[in-house]
Write a protein that binds this ligand. Sequence first.
Ligand code: ADP
Ligand code: MG
Length: 409
Amino acid sequence: MQAALKELDKELTWVPHPTEMFVPCEVPSPGQYINYFTRSSIANVKTVGPQVTPRQLQEDFPDMVKMNEVCEATILHNLRQRFAQDKIFTNIGDILVSLNPYKWNLNCPEQLCSDEMLIKFSKIPTGDEVPPHIFGIASTSYRGLLNQKNQSILISGESGAGKTEATKKCLAYFTKVAGANSGGIESKILESSPIMEAFGNAKTVRNNNSSRFGKWMMVYFNKIDIQICGSNIINYLLEQSRIVSQNPGERNYHIFYQLILCGSLDNHPLAKWDLGAPSDYMVLSRGGTYGAEGIDDVKDFQELTDALKTMDFTSEESDFMFRIAVAVLHLGNILFTKSDGAGCKVVLKGSSGVALQKAADAIGIPAEELNTALTIKILVMGKNRVSKPLEDQNSRTVRDSLSKWLYNR
Ligand SMILES: Nc1ncnc2c1ncn2[C@@H]1O[C@H](COP(=O)(O)OP(=O)(O)O)[C@@H](O)[C@H]1O
Ligand SMILES: [Mg+2]
């Protein structure tokens, strides 16, 4: 018994480790470090962290400001221990650390984003300690509003960390606790996600549903009853290079695959575009991948069209947006003759000629006009306009710039 207690209180030292970041070590003699868990010896230790005991290693801190020693080693250890038990949320005072579990069925009920948890957080009295949870951030913020103070929530992290999902959870909280009288605004706020994701999210090597733009979202609350009365979303810095080319293993924006896959279904309204398969398009082929695990393009398109309806887009407006995406697909297949200094021409034979016609149709201009725009440069000198044929590499740049410009509208 005595020996077991002594064992729990023996002194260990945090030591940097190439893959584990930090490991607790026994130090039997100066300069000798033995990993407490694996018993392996660690060589070339230059700096060491603070001391720790096996008893302290077992402690679990839902709020890390309460740790005896707050440093990189102890923070990582606490987060790792909690994560192993599906506790993905941990507080550091007012800050929430959220780890992405990549699964929704957590073993720890109080870490779930269920309706039950949402209601529980909405009932926490002001001044009470808020357990670590994304709803805790939203509820603290909402209580600040009740105090007539403007609030902001900053969500940051590397790609795939879970920022977009965390944002959606905060919005879900606000729309639930403060959406009753807002005449549908709350559903519009939530329904903006499928639209922005279809046009602004893509599969990257790190995240199959990565938002490729910055988002500044404002939610307005009524001063009297603190209910949602409006919202404003500003999107900026859409990654435009992706519209015409992708890195290996990555996809273009989801909307392109949604249009093509739905268009291939019998009797689907999109069948009118006769789009064929994703592999038919240069602007989808450069990443060498067409599917994304966990992404159901057909289902997502249904959500997109539902969302467009909720947001009061007319069918003409929706159709216009889809037409732009169709134009981008065809523009990418337009080829140019090799010019060697004499100006290039659009290849009119075969698929390139078909693409020119279809792109022009989608944009709503005659094919000849698009042809000229892609191959001739107009120089304005005083009152004179001089036209100059473009070299093939310049025409390709013009074609890609037009695609980016159209898509970015
Ligand atoms: N809290 C969570 N629980 C379970 N899975 C999550 C959670 N947050 C994110 N994910 C998963 O991780 C993926 C990437 O998350 P996302 O929020 O898009 O990352 P970010 O916006 O930071 O790049 C999501 O598509 C989802 O599958
Ligand atoms: Mg994101």
